[in-house]
Design a protein around this ligand. Sequence first.
Ligand SMILES: Cc1ncc(C[n+]2csc(CCOP(=O)(O)OP(=O)(O)O)c2C)c(N)n1
Ligand SMILES: [Mg+2]
Length: 275
Amino acid sequence: MTKERKEELEALCLRFRNELIDLLHAIQTGHPGGSLSACEIITTLYQDVMNVDGADPNKEDRDHFVLSKGHAAPMLYLNLAEKGYFPKEELKTLRQINSNLQGHPCVHKTPGVELSTGPLGLGLSAGLGMALADKYKGLDSYTYVLMGDGEIQEGGIWEAAMSGAKFKVDNCIAILDNNGVQLDGTLEEIMPMGDIAAKWAAFGWNVIKCDGHDVSAIEDAIEQAKACKGQPSIIIAKTVKGKGIDFMEGKNTWHGKAINDEDYAKAKAILGGAK
Ligand SMILES: Cc1ncc(C[n+]2csc(CCOP(=O)(O)OP(=O)(O)O)c2C)c(N)n1
Ligand SMILES: [Mg+2]
């Protein structure tokens, strides 16, 4: 990635953080922590890596993105609006009754959403299926599945992990938002996951690690994953829950808390109000 492109994407991420805080403050609900954590990952995928077209959401040779940690939906919607899947004006309807932008992604409502998610643990199985279908159709596309690190405590994830290796789904790239925090506490407190990289390797996956807030490191990791044939890859992206707003960083209490006026003003001051 060129220096110029890296700076453009970083500026975009700052704008998305600002817009996210505006939206969540306005609706007095939603999930700031996990959306901020996934900002660079989702933005690098949509704005730099994936073959997708907002004007033609269902084009056959497109790449697919599955937001398995569905509570980060607002960060997905910001990226979809930026790509032209729907007017940016519609972002204001986030999480309202009858809106196309539900609190968790809905495949029937929002152009560009590939799978309805929210119940954790479903996305990897579905993503592997999408990737296999593309393979059978002779398409060169990739499917990306973003999971939370608390999410991978779900048993179904490990059934999917076994299948991914068995069926050699090398066009499915899983990405782990490894922020070390879930809803009620840290992973260590709730359910220690031990050596996550070793677990995935033991299940037959090619494991790549990267800084999940460095857009160019994320792009490099994806290139490495694409270069691995005959085996699925997982990128373990080290992240910080609530990244970018210091009083939210690393705090499970900001998983799904409404942003009051005082915290909103503090957050905007930290972000510098970028437009
Ligand atoms: C099956 C299921 N159980 C519980 C929940 C409630 N829930 C929503 S998010 C969350 C924590 C997820 O933590 P993690 O995967 O680490 O997400 P992140 O830190 O990236 O926000 C929980 C328990 C859910 N959505 N689905
Ligand atoms: Mg987490």
